[in-house]
Design a protein around this ligand. Structure first.
Ligand code: NAD
Ligand code: GLY
Length: 351
């Protein structure tokens, strides 16, 4: 078992262990008391893990209700949010009650946003069941739903009161969904953790507890320093500006993890061509992505990506902030003029 303390505007623990879902009730009582618990989950996770959570909460004295969404990004919508808020109200949930988000990033982001706005804010606990949620989305308090105009366009910063990560649950992920999370794990190694990057060379599944704990520790330090994403938290977007453009260009046919992997490959190649990053580090980055069945070659040209990339949230006036690896374990924010972006992407696309 590993416990990591996140010191944001709210302090909370991230507990990482195998087989702790059955202890969720007793672990939650100290942070939210015995209250009404609304489990939010999706239909896939519901069939696999809800019963264990419900039994644990009920035996600790919680009154349990459950809200189930269809699995998939389409459920991270304003319609789901409104249905969930109405469900909380119909069931007379009060400010002293608590939401339990059991699932991947879709469930966590939706349930977290509902917790942020219901009665102007109630507590919520994250119980991540995908690798991506375990290492990234369950920690740090970014909550959101998608709008027709784009992903995550309505949201709030609202920190969870506790994160309970039972990594036994990752055993039922498909290889593709597990690989999506691997892209985020590789990202942390390249940002600021060369020892983690080296650990990945011996295997993520073989070192799951240590890998998740390292990622969470990295994220917790970044969130403590820049909770509201005005500076160094943007480092967590390594590969994401170009990755989001690839995802959007594919109409979301290319998964987030695969798009981020291509984005990491593109910015690292460009960093080498700019003389910023050693070529040997590029070779190691491409090897590790391939080891985790992640793509490094993008099917689109710079022309097709640049407009979408310019619509990114990290654009300020005529400059856009990219995250570039200066070496594995040393990534930095790097501002370029928007007029240089196409040439930058072009450099990263060429082998
Ligand atoms: P997801 O929540 O859609 O889960 C992927 C799929 O895995 C779903 O079909 C789900 O039903 C299934 N699944 C979940 N747990 C399972 C398990 N244990 N066994 C079998 N199947 C399981 O996707 P995700 O990749 O977890 O999260 C992506 C979302 O996270 C996106 O909406 C993204 O915007 C968001 N995100 C948020 C943050 C943040 O900081 N808040 C960070 C990164 C990503
Ligand atoms: N996943 C990016 C962040 O939490 O800031």
């Amino acid at each position: 078992m590993k416990t990591i303390k996140v010191k944001a505007s709210v302090e909370y623990d991230v507990i990482i262990d195998k087989d702790i879902l059955s202890r969720a009730g007793e672990l939650s009582v100290p942070v939210c008391g015995v209250c009404s618990a609304c489990i939010v989950t999706d239909d896939t996770v519901d069939a696999l893990y809800s019963r264990e959570l419900e039994e644990s909460l009920a035996s600790a004295g919680f009154k349990v209700i459950k809200f189930v969404i269809p699995h998939g990004e389409a459920s991270k919508s304003t319609a789901s949010l409104v249905s969930l808020l109405e469900f909380l109200a119909e069931n007379k949930m009060t400010r002293s009650d608590c939401i339990f988000a059991l699932g991947g990033g879709v469930v966590g982001d939706l349930a977290g946003f509902a917790a942020a706005v219901y009665l102007r804010g109630i507590k919520f606990i994250q119980l991540p069941t995908t690798l991506l949620a375990a290492v990234d989305s369950s920690v740090g308090g970014k909550t959101a739903v998608d709008l027709a105009a784009g992903k995550n366009l309505a949201g709030a910063f609202h920190q969870p009161s506790l994160v309970i990560c039972d990594y036994k649950t990752l055993g039922t992920l498909t290889p593709e969904i597990f690989a999506d999370g691997c892209a985020e794990v590789v990202k942390y190694g390249i940002i600021n953790d060369r020892p983690l990057f080296e650990l990945l060379q011996s295997g993520i599944r073989e070192n799951l507890e240590e890998v998740i704990a390292s990622c969470v520790l990295n994220k917790s330090k970044i969130v403590a320093a820049d909770e509201f994403d005005t500076g160094m938290r943007q480092l967590l977007n390594l590969g994401h500006t170009v990755g989001h453009a690839i995802e959007a260009r594919s109409n979301f046919g290319i998964s987030h993890g695969c798009a981020v992997s291509m984005g990491i490959a593109i910015v690292t190649r460009a960093a080498v061509k700019l003389g910023i990053c050693p070529a040997a580090d590029l070779a190691d980055v491409l090897d590790i992505l391939k080891k985790y069945s992640l793509p490094t070659v993008c099917p689109y040209g710079a022309d097709e990506l640049v407009d979408t990339a310019l619509g990114d949230k990290k654009r300020f006036g005529n400059t856009i902030s990219l995250v570039l690896p200066f070496a594995i374990g040393d990534s930095r924010l790097y501002k370029i003029n928007v007029s240089e972006l196409k040439d930058f992407i072009q450099k990263g696309l060429e082998k």
